[in-house]
Design a protein around this ligand. Sequence first.
Ligand code: ZN
Length: 67
Amino acid sequence: MQRKKEVQANGLEKKRRSILCPKCGHRLLDASVNTKAQLVTPTKNCNPDFVIKCRHCSSEIGVIKTE
Ligand SMILES: [Zn+2]
């Protein structure tokens, strides 16, 4: 009975991947493996879909969904 729960949890883990801070390598967030995303440095000319502030090094990281 307990075994079935464990298998289910492992399956979910495989559907995610970690997006790491390009500056310090700290984990910023988990994304679905189906999500195609590009990390950029936010500037006036670049308007990313999301901006995440790294809690480790305080860098602002822009994320653009490419699909
Ligand atoms: Zn960082």
